[in-house]
Design a protein around this ligand. Structure first.
Ligand code: HEC
Ligand code: HEC
Length: 379
């Protein structure tokens, strides 16, 4: 019955080829046995990544401030925390961390909204509609397998990683909100864009590129959740394929979640509700990959779901079922037990190699590590 499961051992490299733009050798989507190994072949618009270009990209990602306010890419995509910002990670940072530059530099007041960055939402401001338009709130996505999930950003509005690097520097690095290139920050050179893209393309999860559901799903609850995910709960209609995304665009009603329709509890004095600030409350988002989910809480574009269970429960809620995506899919009904089981299944999709030593792992092997004491599949 689980046709999706039998086909779930896939080469991520094949997906890269299928996405187009690949400068590497093309490959068919094939099933491989558990003992096979593959070399990921990410898509790119730049030159074929070489180890030295990847190394240079890593240095730029974690150290280069582009003559700006002191932030680096790693400020918000830290390797020690799965390349994303969680509320706990932010809470543990010292007050002089570059992340908090808007709270120290008067010219940068307005770069972020501190209450919503420090609180449970861990939100960053993004001018996704242009710097002449009001910003919106976004959670930080991890950048594993990012080369395989173009277009980029929650709204999927940026076509290439090279363009994203430019946008990220102008958005997050300026010394003043005038954002004058050459004055408030230094735009990346073409070579630096290529190097940053090459580094991000190297962040493959799991490191060997093999996603083997049969090995990940070990509990009865997760197995029931898997059946629901690929069946009655309709999740795989959008979260299908080896990375659990169709790279499509949907308005799944997240902006209408009850937590988004009232001022965030962190705001003192109260601020405007977050939901309606998203293009009047309606906007389509690019279906995210669900690989590595457990380390990237909170969930959704606006970090409005604190836990995986809460994110799953959204799909049985009026907010989802009244949304354009809910209508498109004919509604989703979930019992409490269904939600528990699907959450158990999604918890398993965090493979080794995510730069975090997860429960049950003795080590990790992933971005920035090649430790030979840890196999690519992890112990
Ligand atoms: C202040 C925090 C911050 C900094 C600094 C930052 N980012 Fe991000 N990054 C974000 C947020 C928030 C998003 C989500 C943006 C969106 O969806 O519009 C994001 C999204 C991304 C994505 C898209 C991922 C996806 O799944 O589509 C890429 C790629 C990326 N960042 C690369 C970079 C690079 C390269 C740098 C350094 C030049 C950088 N970021 C610096 C916060 C940051
Ligand atoms: C109609 C397409 C569609 C269907 C069906 C769908 N999703 Fe999603 N999913 C999305 C989109 C689009 C987002 C991003 C929404 C946002 O952030 O506003 C998303 C986000 C998520 C997230 C958050 C990921 C993250 O990194 O924050 C989880 C978890 C998730 N979906 C699980 C599920 C489950 C479980 C089901 C089935 C019950 C499901 N989805 C059904 C399109 C869909």
């Amino acid at each position: 019955m689980k046709s999706t499961t039998t086909a779930a051992v896939l080469l991520l490299a094949s997906l890269a080829a299928a996405c187009g733009g690949s400068s590497g050798p093309s490959a068919e989507t094939v099933e491989v046995g558990a003992t096979d190994t593959v070399t990921p072949t990410p898509s790119s618009t730049g030159p074929t990544p070489t180890p030295s270009l990847v190394d240079e990209g890593a240095r730029l990602f974690f150290q280069e401030t582009f003559d700006g306010n002191g932030r680096t890419c790693g400020t918000c995509h830290p390797a020690t925390a799965s390349f994303t910002l969680t509320p706990a990670f932010i809470a543990a940072l010292p007050p002089d961390d570059p992340l908090f530059v808007a709270e120290r530099v008067p010219e940068l007041a307005g770069l972020e909204e501190p209450a919503l960055m420090h609180g449970a939402r861990a939100l960053i401001l993004e001018n996704v509609d242009g710097f002449d338009q009001p910003p919106v709130f976004r959670g930080v996505p991890h950048v594993f397998n990012v080369a395989l999930t173009a277009p980029f950003g929650w709204s999927g509005s940026i076509p290439t990683l090279e363009d994203f690097a430019d946008r990220a520097v102008a958005q997050h690095f300026p010394k003043t909100l005038a954002r004058v290139p050459g004055v408030d920050f230094r735009p990346p050179t073409p070579h630096e864009r290529d190097a940053l893209a090459a580094f991000m393309e190297s962040l493959t999860l799991p490191p060997d590129g093999i996603v083997e559901l049969a090995a990940l799903v070990t509990s009865a609850a997760a197995a029931r959740g898997e059946d629901l995910f690929f069946g009655a709960a309709k999740c795989s209609v959008c979260h299908g394929g080896p990375l659990f995304t169709d790279n499509g665009f949907f308005d799944t009603g997240v902006t209408q979640r009850p937590v988004n329709l009232v001022p965030a509890t962190e705001c003192d004095p109260p601020c405007a509700p977050i939901g309606p600030r998203q293009a009047g409350g309606t906007r389509a988002f690019n279906t995210p990959s669900l690989l590595g989910l457990a380390n990237s809480a909170p969930f959704f574009h606006d970090n409005s779901a604190a836990t995986i269970r809460e994110a799953v429960a959204h799909y049985g809620s009026p907010a989802f079922n009244a949304s354009p995506a809910g209508a498109f899919i004919g509604g989703i009904q979930l019992t409490d037990a269904d939600i528990d089981d699907i959450a158990a299944f999604l918890e398993t999709l965090t493979t080794c190699g995510n730069s975090v030593v997860d429960p049950g792992e003795q080590c990790h092997r992933g971005a920035g590590t090649t430790a030979d004491d840890c196999t690519a599949r992890c112990p």
